[in-house]
Design a protein around this ligand. Structure first.
Ligand code: NAP
Length: 301
């Protein structure tokens, strides 16, 4: 990587160091491209928040942090340059990415910026963040050992978090807006057989507490409003694509995800997208890795 006066020229710049970005880095480095990865404050992406992963082939049961750490060491072993800077501005027309400490000019760009946690959008949510409301049970669940907690959502994230919390909390209330879960059957079966997890069908309508969260109000059918005393609420209701920096510069689908072809190429030549940020039917670690591999291979063909 050659940097002169804060200006770095690179053949391949990868923005994002989750499974998609790190796998793209591994494939590109092995192909001799000397990729530079902008990893933000820490690599791993949302994967590091997953307390338990059992469907990434070949590694048995593991956790997201361990898996991401292994991907990072593979990428650096093969010669990828990991830079702990955050992209603040991206100009696809000028092939330039600006960070807090300089400018990166690239020939090829892979966007692997992932998705962020969707918020419930109800009154008090912002106020209680860090004071009872959280978006990552692995990160913050330890603060609620022996306490009553709730999780909202019905996908893999919510059920994984509920199972994780059931090992440390006194009780876990899983609130989902309908009576069918979209999570995998194996997770649903584990939740159904975990006595510490109480399941409620309903919508959270209010949060209560003085300085800290101490309760949630849930509108349920058919029983009406239920007030549940909890010390924490973990919100696990899916993601929003991190496309803010490029949204007016390439094609996005109606939900804001980057449109790509089968080679992960976006509507802008030389710009690829991989992982949760792109419009894909499945957002898993394994599919993010596959996207990264395809993108890196496509640009080395
Ligand atoms: P998701 O699959 O999109 O599920 C989001 C859940 O939140 C859905 O059940 C949805 O309800 C609910 N929801 C959405 N907006 C809501 C709102 N405003 N209020 C209340 N509930 C709301 O998201 P995810 O669970 O984060 O998973 C994202 C991707 O990562 C998925 O592809 C998942 O398979 C993958 N993932 C995999 C693992 C693993 O393999 N271990 C772990 C975590 C995530 P409806 O069902 O009614 O739409």
């Amino acid at each position: 990587m050659d940097t002169i006066n804060g200006r770095t020229e690179c053949e391949l710049l990868i923005v994002g160091a989750g499974p998609a970005g790190l796998t793209a880095a591994i494939y590109a480095a092995r192909a001799g491209l000397k990729p530079v990865v902008l990893a933000g404050a820490a690599p791993g992406g949302q994967a590091i928040e997953s307390p338990e992963i059992e469907n990434y082939p070949g590694v048995g049961r593991t956790d997201g942090y361990t898996l991401a750490a292994r991907m990072l060491s593979s990428a650096t072993e093969f010669g990828a340059e990991i830079v702990y800077e955050t992209a603040l501005k991206i100009s696809l027309a000028e092939k330039r990415v600006t960070t807090e400490s300089g400018e990166y000019f690239y020939k090829y760009l892979i966007l692997a910026t992932g998705a962020s946690h969707r918020k419930l959008g109800i009154d008090g949510e912002e106020k209680y963040i860090g004071k009872g409301v959280g978006y990552c049970a692995t990160c913050d669940g330890g603060f609620y050992r022996g306490k009553d907690v709730a999780v909202v959502g019905g996908g893999d994230s919510a059920l994984t978090e509920a199972l994780y919390l059931s090992k440390i909390a006194k009780s876990v209330t899983l609130v989902h807006r309908r009576n069918e879960y979209r999570a995998s059957v194996s997770l649903v079966n584990r939740v159904l057989s975990e006595p510490k997890i109480k399941r409620i069908t309903g919508v959270i309508t209010a949060l209560s507490g003085e300085e800290k969260l101490c309760g949630i109000e849930v509108a349920t059918l058919p029983s009406g409003i239920q007030n549940i005393t909890v010390d924490a609420l973990f919100v696990a209701i899916g993601g929003i694509p991190n496309t803010e920096l490029v949204k007016d510069q390439l094609e996005l689908d109606k939900n804001g995800y980057v449109v790509t072809n089968a080679s992960m190429q976006t509507s802008v030549p030389g710009v690829y997208a991989a992982g949760d940020v792109r419009n894909t039917p499945l957002r898993q670690i394994v599919t993010a890795c596959a996207d990264g591999a395809v993108a890196a291979s496509a640009l080395t063909e």
